[in-house]
Write a protein that binds this ligand. Structure first.
Ligand code: FES
Ligand SMILES: [Fe+2]
Length: 378
């Protein structure tokens, strides 16, 4: 067992988190409590459940949840657990008018209320009263939506979401979230600890080497570090978008009203613990990292264009091409991460050397992790 209290900030500064934290089962169990339940973690995107009746299951950090859209077009989030004997209600994304448990057919409406429990009184001819049903509805989860991302707070006691998200909200005032339209969501799985997936997203050093199709060395050298709060860190490339090789013949339209000086800027962030957010003048990418175990992580990558025009027929080829490039980049990371898991979780990795020119942002993520694990801070 690793005692996280014995990990020093100095150790993190030099080498990052100890190798064992990327492979240890007990640490993962601790993370499920200390990091997921009392924070704001993401589970999916609102536009993945665009229509009334759409249901999206999500598993992460040992929890099974569903996000759904009810008949009034509103989103709800519940534990994906039947109130009889806790069977999961939904395994796959689907569209339904009501939720029916596959085990003994208890059914719930899209507000989570119990509609019916067949043969509830056995062979007695008796109907369930409103009172019988009242305490058997699905258990709701506190949630908030930001830039289409559905964030949940399992224990219901985290600081208000508006306070948590305010530092990045301030950073993005020039961009309008209401204009984004989803192109696609792609699911990935990696045999890797979730923290390595986050660390890699905050690693601007590898980008021109691993993803030379998307960024050159000159552009990467221009990156600035962003430390918005303990929970929100990232990177900015002032000319990242304009110095990139052209992906398509025609440029996708950028955010309306975006000031000229921001029309080449790319920024990407980790919102602790598991939300990755990338914003370009012409597109947005979100990655929901879903920890499944100490060496297993699922990811959902969603890509958006940023105007009605960009979502129209005239830009179909450009959207397809953008989707292909961003998924190619992500697959390159997944391939790398699967290999990195073996070596970065080996104790010999503790002899590695982080370098100040490139590793400060990922190091900040490691430090926040340590803080939460040790103090359970919000
Ligand atoms: S567990 Fe769902 S109806 Fe029994
Ligand atoms: Fe990468």
């Amino acid at each position: 067992m690793i005692d996280t209290a014995s990990i020093s900030i100095d150790q993190i500064r030099q080498h990052g988190l100890p190798a064992a934290t990327f492979r240890n089962k007990d640490i993962y169990q601790q993370e499920c409590d200390a990091i997921l339940k009392n924070g704001w973690a993401s589970i999916g995107c609102g536009q993945q459940i665009l229509n009334s009746g759409d249901i999206l299951p999500a598993q992460l950090f040992g929890q099974s949840l569903i996000a759904l859209r009810n008949k009034d077009g509103e989103i709800g989030v519940f534990h994906n657990i039947c109130r009889h004997k806790a069977a999961p209600l939904v395994d796959e994304p689907c569209n339904k008018r009501a939720l029916m448990c596959p085990y003994h057919k208890w059914s719930f409406n899209m507000s989570g209320e119990l509609i019916n429990a067949p043969l509830y009184f056995g062979n007695k001819k008796q109907k369930m009263s409103a009172e019988d049903k009242a305490d058997k509805g699905l258990i709701p989860v506190r949630f908030a939506i930001w830039w289409d991302i559905i964030f949940v707070n399992i224990d219901g006691a985290a600081d208000p979401f508006v306070d948590f998200i305010q530092p990045i909200e301030k950073q993005l005032t020039a961009y309008s979230p209401e204009d984004i339209r989803i192109i696609n969501t792609t699911d990935y799985e990696g045999q890797v600890n979730w923290k390595l997936a986050i660390d890699n997203f905050l690693d601007g050093y590898h980008v021109p080497f691993v993803h030379s199709q998307a960024c050159n060395v000159k552009a990467a050298l221009g990156q600035e570090e962003l430390f918005l709060s303990d929970n929100i860190v990232g990177l900015r490339l002032a000319n990242g978008a304009s110095s990139k090789p052209k992906k398509t013949s025609k440029q996708l339209p950028h955010f309306s009203g975006l000031p000229t000086e921001k029309q080449g800027t790319q920024q990407w962030f980790c919102i602790f613990p598991n939300t990755l957010f990338f914003i370009d003048p012409c597109w947005v990418q979100t990655i929901v990292i879903k920890p499944m175990g100490e060496e297993s992580t699922a990811e959902s990558l969603s890509i958006y264009v940023v105007s009605k025009e960009a979502a129209s027929e005239g830009y179909e080829a450009e959207r397809t091409s953008l989707d292909a490039v961003l998924n190619e980049v992500n697959q390159q990371d997944i391939d790398l991460l699967d290999k990195l898991q073996h070596t970065r979780s080996n104790d010999i990795a503790n002899k590695g050397h982080l370098i100040p020119a490139w590793d400060n942002v990922s190091m900040a993520f490691h430090q926040t992790w340590l803080k939460k694990m040790n103090h359970n801070e919000r």
